[in-house]
Each structure stands twice: as C-alpha cells, then as structure tokens.
Design a protein around this ligand. Structure first.
Ligand code: ADP
Ligand code: SF4
Length: 682
C-alpha cells in the first residue's frame, strides 16, 4: 500500500499538451540496442512503463544520416522503416498508460559517420572527438546548411509524431552540435550565429520554435540542457542563454556540463550530486524540470520535489537496475527496491557497442530475446531440492531465483560472512555501494521460507553426497593468480614464488604489507587501483605498473578513468605504464618495455600481481566423478568463468531460470533490422 508520505510522487503532471501519470521519468539513456535491435528495445522500454515509469524515452535518436555513431547502435528516425521500428516502442509504452519521449539528435563532431560516410556539420570545422578517434573534421556550416539542418529537425519531428511519441526533445548538450553552437570555445563564427551569447543561442531557439510549430500541440517539446555544477562559475554564459529561452519549451531536462559528474560512478560521485545546478534552473523557469541524480531512495526523491529542486524524478540507471522501482514505492515494498550500485557496467556495454546489461538486474536486455521479466519467474518444474555451494553474487542470485521458483534450496557458505567477493571487495575505498548486490539478495532470501542458509559450512565432496540433493550448483568462485600470468604474459615471472609476492586474496583477507608495494596490474579494471588506494590510506608507498598505456584501461568504458587516475595522483600513487613484469628477486622488479623489450629495474619490498584468476573448481571436478548421484550438477559464476560481478549474477540467474527446462527448447531470439523493401542485388 502507498505510504501517504510518498503520494506526491504519484501526482499526474502536465507537460505542455500532454500529462504524465506520475513524476517518475526515465530520461533518454543509451541501450546499445537503438536502430539495430528494435524488438529488444521495445520490450525493455515497455517493461519500464509496466514498472510504473510515467515517462519512458528513447536513447539518442539520429535525425539524418550525417549524424551516425556507428559502431555504437544509437536510435534513428531517418525513414519510414525507422518509424515502424520505433512504433514498437511507443506502443509498448502506451499499453501501460505511460508517455513516450524521443531524443532527436544531431551529433556534429562527436560522431564519425563511419556508416554513412557523410560529412558532419559543425559551427566551424572541428576535429572529430568520437570514441573511435577518427582523424577527420566537421564541415563548417553555411547559412544554407543551417536552413537545411532546421528542415531535418522538422522532418524528424513529423516522423516522431507518426511513430506515436508524446514528447519530442531538442537535445542541446553533451558536446553535440547544438551545444557546440552555445559554446564560444567550439563556435567561433562571426555571423549572427556566433559571437555574443544571444547569437550563439539563436540556433537552439530556432530549433525549439520550429519543433513547437511542427508538433502543433500534438506533443510536448522538451529541451535537454546543461549548466555548470558550480553555478557561480559560468564562463560559457550558459545561464544567461538559458534565461533567454527559459519559457519556450514545455519541459527542461537539466544536467551539468561535467559528464563525469552527471554519469558519475558511485566510486567518485554520490546520489543527488548535481542539485545546485538543477535548483538554479528551476528558479528561472515556470516550466517543469526533470533531472537525474542516481535516485534510489524515495525519501531523497520526495525531498527534491518538496524543496522545489525539480518536478520529475529523472532516472536512467535506477530504472535499469529496477524497472519496477515506482511500483514498489506505490505498493509500499521499499525493501524490494533493487538499488543501482553505480558501477556503470550498463554504460560500459553501450560504449562497447553491444546491448546494455546490469550488475543488479540480470534480466536487463533479456526481456525480448530470452523472455525474462524482472518480477516474474516460472514455477519449479518439480518438487525437487537444490544445493548451492558458495554465497557470492552467483550463489546468492541463484538462491533467490530458485527460491522464487519454489524449489527447496539449501545454500552453504564456507565463511561466516555471506556475500563472497562482494563482502571482500565492497570494503575497499569507494566501493561501499557495491554491497547492495549482497544486501538486496539477502533481504529477498529472508522472505523465502523454502531457502535455508548455512554460513560457516565448507563442504567437501563427501558432505555434498551425504546431503543427498537432487540438483547441485557449485558457486565456489575463483582465486587470484600470483604468478603474473595474464594478458601480457602467458608464463610466470621469475621469482613469483618468493614470500614477498603477495596475492590479491591475501590482501582482501586483511593482510597488509609492511613496506613499499609494486602492484602489477594486467587486469585493468577496478581491483588493482582500489587496492592501491587502500594501501595509500595506510600510508604504504605504492607504484602501479601496467603493460597498458594508462592505468585502469577498462574504466574508460565505465567513464571512470579520468576520475580514477586523478584520485591515484592525489593519493600519491606512482604510475609506470607500458611495462610488463618479467622478474623479481625480493628487492628489485624487472620491467620490460612492451615495445622495445628493454628491461628497467624498480625497487620495492613487495609485489602484488593483479592479472588473472583461476576457477575454484576442484570440488566440482570431484563431484563430476559422481555425477550419476545427482539429477543435475553444474558450475556457475566465477567457478565456471571468472569475470565481472554482472557476469556472475547473470550466470546464477540463468542457471536458476533454466533448471528443469529442456536445453534444446531454450531460445535465444536474435534481433535484427529487417528492411521492408528488399532490393535484389544486381
Ligand atoms: P561468484 O562471483 O561466482 O559468486 P565468489 O568468489 O564471490 O564467486 O563467491 C564464492 C563463495 O564460495 C565464497 O564466499 C567462498 O567462501 C564460497 N566457497 C568456496 N568453496 C566453498 C565450499 N567448498 N563450501 C562452501 N562455500 C565455499
Ligand atoms: Fe546501476 Fe551498475 Fe546496473 Fe548500471 S549496471 S544500472 S550502474 S547497477
């Protein structure tokens, strides 16, 4: 039942000519699906509407082939086939009584047009700054080009109406073309579109006016706009320009100019961190304002509304981690909310050009292709028992899903504390929110009377056989190698067996080195650098060495790399790049230049290699020899395939969903764009 305290969150709110059923607003967010996976996209967005999000938007949706972000699958609204595909989404959203929004997008120098090979417009000729880093520049726009661009926006708006959208965006931030006109750094034109702030905002004003005229009250017009997080320091005059257009659109979708803050991971940025900027905008317009802040707490949401900071609770990540967040608040099920942990694994996969996934929500992206629903699961196939060995993310997720299916589940854990790697890693600097992966699942398990949990119970093959269970899931995780074998080297470094080589696991278990440390990072994600920060907190001198060009290479995909390296610099961590560890004599490390092979020496008291892991699968092998004693026996999570936490959660969930299903009947539907006009090849 809805707690009356939160009733305000469920008030309908007018956005120009349309009305949102409540204040929960899924802002435009990347999905890695876009134009190329229309059915996955429609189901994913439809499930969010079903979960109570009153407004559900697309990702960036290109208006013309000269704005193409290949190999990243953005949405597009270039032609009638796109309209048909997008209609799948608007229908799915409307079926649930929610509004559908489309973020019309023209890139400029931020995409490379690798598919269309068209020249990209820019206010002037700007170097391409797309992630693919192409050495090309934009075409400086003439006044005729500006007229042409406005025409493209109008045509795209007409197609958006045809596709059934209720809200059409003018997208004027994130370093795309319209925001390039706003900034005197990227707009050095000398005509009426450059120079003064009022000239620089002219194109945005015109596009907003054109869009309003085109929709003619059939849809609302929203504008996505950014101002600096520090509102007293506005060198680009974004606030002045805002004043001149503040009453034009029907809704403002506000962020800050620092994307690292807007999209900040929980390691570096906390909930509601942009509110000063949002409040500033809210005080300057009578139009409703939406903004994000990785909101997962209904109390924080309510505070934002009551204090007049914003009208809508914007969300991308919290809606990915829990598509049913609004309904859970409405039903008074606050402890069922699966809170986003702010790891940015979702965004990382969009950056890799593939469908997003989520550490917390294993069904994200699988709504259509596997038919998984975040709140529904098939009942058990038979009255059978399941033993799960290990309570890391894989074991906990499997226990939840199997418990919800109704099996008699026994979960055994060797340690006194549950949670596996989550419990050991979330105590590292900045990672405390990751404990939500464990805590949410323990909360769900506490409600299931058919799941019994036995901590402090290390099982061996004999004890497993004695338990006489029908199904066994081995979720015993993986252990870090300390011999340096990893991506750079497939053989151990000399001296790896010395006592002064400490394993990652021993540090996670609480051992601390008593002198200077060389962390050799050939893993390139968070663990090596989080350990470095932990050691620095204890004032231990640390040098990080990596064969890559920068520390924490994979954090580039999660948008964390800059903040990460800055935090390492601030903590006094020395960094040595492009070097592989080849030898260690207890005092001196031999580091090989990855290009020339020249060997350099570096002194330290300890070496901690962070390179790769080995599955803890010995128990599984022993049981495998007796597999006729079980109806099924399988490895899940890191014991099967060491990986990121999201992979372990997914593995546990998938195995639980598929228990008792005939593997040949398990379908992985393949989404693809099907052209309605197939032309014969000549
Ligand atoms: P994953 O990421 O695959 O879930 P983790 O390493 O996080 O893996 O968790 C594995 C868990 O399994 C750890 O908590 C570990 O203590 C537990 N474990 C390992 N071997 C046994 C065993 N023989 N009996 C019970 N628990 C075990
Ligand atoms: Fe949140 Fe991580 Fe899921 Fe993204 S992947 S929604 S950041 S929990």
């Amino acid at each position: 039942m809805l707690d009356p305290r939160y009733a305000q969150l469920f008030e309908p709110i007018k956005i120009g000519p349309v009305t949102a059923p409540n204040r929960f607003y899924q802002v435009p967010h990347c999905s890695g699906m876009g134009y190329s996976r229309p059915q996955m996209l429609a189901s994913m967005r439809g499930v969010k509407a079903e979960g109570g999000w009153g407004v559900v938007c697309t990702e960036y949706c290109s208006i013309n082939p000269s704005s193409d972000d290949m190999p990243f699958p953005h949405a597009s609204i270039w032609d009638n086939d796109d309209v048909k595909n997008l209609k799948l989404m608007t229908d799915a959203v409307h079926q649930q009584g929610s509004l559908a929004g489309v973020e019309l997008w023209y890139s400029g120098h931020s995409s490379a047009n690798l598919y269309s090979r068209e020249a990209s417009f820019g206010p002037v000729s700007l170097p391409n700054n797309a992630m693919v880093g192409m050495p090309v520049q934009t075409q400086p726009m003439t006044l005729d080009d500006i007229v042409e661009l406005r025409g493209w926006y109008q045509a795209a708006t007409r197609r958006a109406i045809e596709a059934g959208f209720d809200i059409v965006y003018v997208y004027a931030n994130h370093d795309y073309l319209l925001s390039n006109f706003l900034s005197p750094e990227t707009n050095t034109r000398s005509d009426e579109y450059g120079g003064s702030a009022m000239n620089r905002v002219r194109l945005i004003r015109e596009v907003i006016e054109d869009t309003l005229e085109t929709v003619r009250d059939k849809c609302a017009v929203a504008v996505r706009y950014s101002i600096p997080a520090d509102v007293d320091d506005d060198p680009l005059e974004l606030i002045d320009m805002f004043k001149s257009i503040s009453e034009l659109p029907d809704l403002w979708d506000i962020t800050v100019t620092d994307y690292g803050l807007e999209m900040g991971s929980s390691r570096f940025v906390k909930e509601a961190s942009t509110q000063a900027a949002v409040a500033k905008i809210k005080s300057m317009t009578s139009k409703p304002v939406v903004s994000v802040g990785r909101f997962t707490s209904p109390d924080t949401m309510l505070r934002q509304i009551k204090r007049g900071v914003q009208d809508f609770i914007g969300a991308a990540r919290p809606s990915i981690a829990d598509p049913f967040l609004p309904n859970k608040i409405k039903q008074g099920r606050l402890d069922d909310i699966r809170e986003c942990i702010g790891c940015n694994v979702c965004y990382a996969h969009n950056s890799l050009g593939v469908p997003i996934r989520c550490t917390q929500n294993p069904t994200m992206g699988e709504e259509w292709r596997r038919g998984w629903h975040p709140e529904q699961i098939t009942e058990k196939h038979a009255d059978e028992s399941v033993l799960i060995i290990g309570s890391g993310p894989a074991g906990l997720e499997a226990a939840c899903a199997l418990g919800q299916r109704g099996y008699a589940v026994t979960l055994a854990e060797a340690n006194t504390e549950l949670g596996g790697r989550i419990s050991r890693e979330s105590v590292l600097p900045g990672l405390s929110e990751w404990s939500r992966v464990r805590d949410w699942r323990l909360g769900q398990l506490a409600k299931l009377t058919n799941v019994e949990i036995y901590p402090d119970n290390r099982l061996d093959a004999e004890s497993v056989l004695e338990l006489d269970m029908q199904h066994v899931f081995v979720a015993t995780g993986a252990s870090w190698r300390s011999d340096g074998v990893g991506r750079y080297r497939s053989s151990a470094f000399s001296g790896h067996e010395l006592d002064s080589v400490m394993s990652v696991d021993s540090i996670l278990d609480g051992d601390m080195p008593s002198g200077s440390v060389l962390i050799y990072d050939d893993d390139h994600y968070y663990l090596g650098n989080a350990i470095a920060l932990k050691l620095r907190e204890a004032n231990i001198p640390v040098t990080m060495v990596t064969p890559e060009a920068r520390i924490g290479g994979w954090n580039h995909h999660t948008t964390e790399q800059h903040q990460l390296i800055r935090s390492l610099i601030e903590a006094g961590v020395e960094m040595v790049c492009d070097r592989g560890l080849v030898g260690w004599d207890g005092k001196i490390a031999q580091l090989e230049c990855i290009f020339s092979g020249d060997v350099f020496e570096l002194a330290a008291d300890y070496v901690v290699p962070v390179t790769a892991r080995l599955p803890n699968d010995q128990l599984w092998h022993e049981l495998q020899a007796q597999k006729s004693r079980f109806k099924s026996l399988q490895r899940i999570g890191d014991c099967l395939m060491p990986g990121i936490i999201a992979t372990a959660v997914y593995s546990g969930h998938k195995a639980a969903r598929e228990l008792g299903e005939r593997i040949s009947e398990i379908e992985l539907r393949r989404d693809r764009i099907v052209s309605t006009k197939l032309e014969p090849f000549t």
